[in-house]
Design a protein around this ligand. Structure first.
Ligand code: SF4
Ligand code: SF4
Ligand code: SF4
Ligand code: FES
Length: 947
């Protein structure tokens, strides 16, 4: 799909039930009321020249290039700011208009360097195009005052700001405000002296700028330009693909020169991002061609042996023979696999198929175990489907937005921009978070209620909110009567109404003042359309599943499910974590969340796959580790997942892996898990393969190959080779054939084909006979499970208690510029924003311990010790410390424990009792890690300075 030339209609589309017909240059045009004359012209194929207008931003009307004549009106109105009217007769091309436009352009060009031939955006510059369009041939005023000698700002690693080329059209300023919501740019000075300025006339890197690139995309000149374009030149061709970072699933045009990426441009028709992106998707793609990529398969007998580069055939053959040997010696269940939420649906499907059909067991799990497994469990129990209920766009219809345990500004930035837009329009905001994150207060919004709870008390908070709803008569009785199971509702109602669930009684537990909680509960229940968005701050707890069910209970009780603007919305972390769960990555579920013990479902798969399937659920990741330590689990195929860095209690994980006989890691880098591996199979980046990702809104989007696989094979091909070597035939010629099999076997995917995705752009599942084009909003007429089921959610304090020895609670999270274990973003210029994990500590706790900003501090829990530098901040409350986990040497997960959610084993990352003290040297674990890391890099002959 070549989409390099997107049409720009000049002003945004309008929606209206009233249609207006007018005449433009003698052509009748019918458009929705509220449409600009400029857009109406563009829709009729008549292009009015423009500079300050672009269809991603509201019209501004400053450049005066788009003037038109309208019969019966005096003067020359700007077509971008003039709405259409019935019967209007517009002329866009007259000699007078041509003169005025040429005059305007001449003024612009007279203060512009005339270096088109050497300009990096030559051939891709709107100013150049418009000058051509209006027939500008000479510039008379070249001697006056100009800006051509102004200095460039090159501080941002990804783009430059060259003020000499600025035409002060304000597009960048508006993009930063309207699209991104950061408000980092202004027009500084007046008249001739006016220029774009970041912050208080600072360098971009010193300002509030978050490097989303919206301004660069909006700039019609070369003033704001990607450094990659300056270096490589403008693109020759492009393909639409999907970001491989977070669960927002932004669509991008990968603009290419040959097989080299020139830039990634957020795709205007992308349904999840509408042409916007964050710093990661737009700029941080350099990892894909980083020199640390391992491109040759490698094997070794023991992890103390040097790696040997071998052919694909030998590596695959060795892995297969080891798995078969282990199974013969230790039984069929002694091996398993881990699927990747970074890989495509098709790849994930193949790995679980390999485990079930070729290994002959159900020992397959995925990283969702450690993030959103409670979402799957909790939503299935209550609503009947394991996924979020809305589209992202639904937030634009919300009157009240409740964000629980999530920081979308850091982890789901493009959705955060959309949410902030809605907040600026006046929606109310409730934030439930132990920290004061950017969601609590930002440019032109502020939370109406911030429930700053103690970590680990989510369920107490949701029960107290429900208590207010029930006891103050705020229930939506009609909705409950019609849509929900009455028996479970009555039981739940009686339970939450008990006095011990009141905000006053819970205050001592949660730390949230009762009046604030009551206010928030009333607002949620009575403020109109109320939507809940939640993240890992909900799921990664001992009561993660309970909290998810508590959220669903509350939404049902207030009638906030089943239409636009409401719903229960898990913000899924990784690009394809929704998809990896959908594809049957859990040990108890076949694709489409159907239990392995269901003989009807099993027999369908058995018939298709030609094998007999084990009816018993297999091992979850933590059970695999336990089994490894007790000697019954010996072999693991791990695709695109770094369990050593991402799973809790690192030393326990390392001990488990060290006791195994064959670990096969398939990844693009020698990650932390690969340092314990015996076979390394080079992986492929998202640029090197075809497939699909499914985002947090259940949206299935295409991933398109734009360059050959660097190591020779896409990940799905490698799994296929391994299956064949194990004696189980797989012969797919293209991922579309894998999707055809998924569709044939999975009722919620029955109607999905590549052809349909290409036609519609993307599809939200369920997509089948009942919903041929997909399902944007779920549970509309009735809940997927029939009647919505209320579940009693009793608050039980976690076992992880603060003590005299460990008096603080550590909680963990993410930051905008880094991503998850950091394997990708650490290998990009994003390290300029965040080059180490730091420990946030409240000034009071810091002072008590003699800790100052930037000091090295030791953090100790009952699991282990590590050392980080301190950031002293009031963003955390007294008694709580916080860190991120993007750098392996930080060892954040050396500290976290193996406590987990009662239902799903999702680790309790968000609550670890710790002590923090000033120190002068790394922890023992860090010293051991540094030594082990150095040895492993030497064994792989990888340059130790770059990994
Ligand atoms: S990169 Fe984004 S945040 Fe930075 S100035 Fe441009 S629009 Fe604003
Ligand atoms: S930097 Fe670009 S977008 Fe911003 S005012 Fe100047 S020309 Fe317009
Ligand atoms: S918001 Fe997520 S999907 Fe979109 S560009 Fe950023 S990382 Fe990629
Ligand atoms: S494009 Fe209409 S005034 Fe600039």
């Amino acid at each position: 799909m070549n989409a390099i030339d997107d049409k720009d209609f000049g002003t945004p589309a309008r929606e209206s039930a009233t249609m207006v017909t007018l005449e433009i240059d003698g052509v009748p045009v019918t458009v929705p009321a509220g449409t600009s004359v400029m857009r109406a012209s563009a829709e009729a194929g008549i292009n009015v020249p423009k500079l300050c207008a672009t269809d991603s931003l509201e019209a501004f009307g400053s450049c005066r290039v788009c003037l038109v004549e309208i019969e019966g009106r005096r003067g020359y109105p700007a077509s971008c700011t003039t709405p259409v009217e019935p019967g209007m007769k517009v002329r866009t091309q007259t000699p007078k208009l041509a003169d005025i436009r040429r005059g305007m352009l001449e003024l612009y060009i007279s203060d512009h360097p005339l270096d088109c031939l050497t300009c990096p955006t030559n051939g891709n510059c709107e100013l150049q195009d418009v000058a051509g369009l209006v027939g500008l041939r000479e510039v008379r005023y070249t001697k006056g005052k100009s800006h051509v000698d102004l200095k460039k700002d090159e501080s941002n690693p990804y783009f430059t700001y060259d003020p000499s080329k600025c035409i002060v059209c304000n597009r960048c300023v508006r993009a930063c405000e309207e699209t991104q919501g950061t408000f980092a740019l202004t027009i500084d000075g007046r008249g001739f002296d006016s220029r774009v300025a970041a912050g208080q006339n600072e360098a971009f890197m010193e300002s509030e700028c978050v490097s989303c690139g919206a301004c660069v995309q909006a700039c019609p000149t070369a003033t704001l330009t990607e450094k990659s374009v300056i270096k490589i030149g403008v693109a020759e061709h492009s393909a639409i693909t999907t970001c491989a970072y977070c669960g927002v699933g932004c669509a991008f045009k990968a603009e290419m020169k040959g097989s080299e990426v020139v830039r990634m441009v957020p795709y205007k028709d992308g349904k999840a991002n509408h042409g916007h992106s964050c710093v990661k998707g737009r700029f941080a793609w350099g990892y894909a061609t980083h020199r640390d990529r391992i491109l040759k398969p490698m094997i070794r007998k023991k992890i103390t042996d040097p790696w040997q580069e071998v052919s694909w055939e030998e590596a695959i053959g060795y892995a297969a023979s080891e798995f078969r040997r282990i199974q013969q010696q230790h039984g069929r269940g002694s091996v398993g696999g881990i699927t990747s939420s970074r890989c495509t649906n098709e790849e994930t499907y193949l790995v679980q198929k390999l485990v079930r059909a070729a290994f002959g067991n159900n020992n397959v799990d995925t990283c969702a175990r450690v993030c959103h497994s409670p979402t799957g469990y909790g939503l299935k129990q209550t609503l009947g489907e394991s996924a979020g209920t809305q589209t992202f766009d639904s937030v634009m219809q919300s009157d009240v937005i409740m964000v629980i345990g999530a920081n979308p500004a850091a982890a789901h930035p493009v959705f955060a921009s959309q949410m902030k837009r809605r907040l600026r329009q006046g929606a109310k905001l409730i934030v439930v978070d132990p920290r004061t994150t950017e969601m609590v207060k930002g440019a032109h919004y502020r939370a109406d209620y911030h429930l700053k709870l103690r970590p680990g008390t989510n369920v107490a908070v949701i029960d107290a909110i429900a208590h207010v709803v029930v006891t103050e008569g705020l229930l939506r009785e009609d909705f409950i009567r019609e849509r929900c199971d009455q028996v479970s509702f009555e039981q739940w109602k009686t339970f939450v109404a008990q006095p011990e669930n009141s905000p006053e009684a819970m205050e001592a537990v949660t730390g949230v003042p009762a009046d604030i909680l009551r206010g928030a509960a009333r607002l949620y229940a009575t403020g109109g359309n109320a939507a809940i968005y939640y993240g890992l701050g909900v799921t990664e707890h001992a009561q993660g599943s309970t909290m998810v069910m508590g959220i669903a209970n509350l939404a049902m009780a207030t009638g906030n499910v089943g239409r636009l603007g409401v719903g229960v919305n898990p913000l899924r972390g990784q690009n394809n974590v929704q998809g990896s769960c959908d594809m049957g990555s859990f040990p108890h579920e076949l694709p489409g969340y159907r239990h392995i013990s269901d003989s009807t479902v099993r027999s369908e798969f058995e018939a298709h796959w030609g094998v007999t399937l084990d009816a018993e659920p297999g091992l979850r990741i933590p059970n695999m580790f336990e089994a490894a330590l007790d000697g019954s689990f010996k072999g693991l195929y791990c695709q695109g997942e770094d369990i050593v860095q991402s799973d809790p209690n690192t030393q326990h994980v390392a001990a488990a892996l060290s006791s195994m006989e064959c670990i096969v890691v398939q990844d693009i880098f020698l990650n932390e898990t690969a340092k314990y591996a015996h076979v390394f199979l080079p992986g492929s980046s998202f640029l090197e393969k075809d497939g699909t990702f499914t985002n947090a809104e259940r949206r299935i989007s295409r991933v398109r190959k734009v360059m050959p696989a660097k190591a020779g094979y896409a990940d799905w091909e490698v799994t296929q080779l391994l299956a064949n070597a194990l004696g189980y035939p797989m012969n797919y010629a293209h991922p579309s054939e894998i999707m055809a099999e998924i569709a044939a076997l999975t009722p919620t995917f029955r109607g999905v084909t590549y052809e349909k995705i290409d036609r519609l752009g993307s599809i939200q599942w369920p997509c089948n006979e009942q919903a041929p084009d997909g399902t944007p909003i779920m549970h509309v007429e009735q809940f997927v499970r029939g009647k919505g089921r209320f579940i009693i959610t009793k608050y039980v304090a976690t076992d992880e208690k603060v003590t005299q020895r460990f008096p603080l609670i550590l909680t963990t999270g993410r930051i905008l510029s880094q991503y998850n274990v950091g394997a990708q973003t650490r290998r990009t210029e994003n390290v300029q924003w965040h080059s180490e994990d730091r420990l946030e500590i409240h000034p009071h706790d810091a002072e008590e311990r003699g800790i100052r900003e930037g000091d090295w501090v030791g953090i100790e829990s009952r699991s282990g010790q590590t050392v980080l530098r301190a950031t002293v901040t009031e963003n955390v409350q007294p008694g709580v410390v916080y860190t991120t986990f993007h750098f392996p040497e930080s060892g954040a997960n050396v500290i976290t424990t193996d406590n987990s959610d009662w239902a799903t084993n999702c680790p309790e990352y968000k609550v670890t009792a710790v002590q923090v003290m000033p120190v002068t040297q790394p922890s023992e674990w860090q010293k051991n890690y540094q030594r082990f890391n150095r040895e492993q890099l030497e064994l792989a002959k990888v340059d130790a300075t770059s990994a």
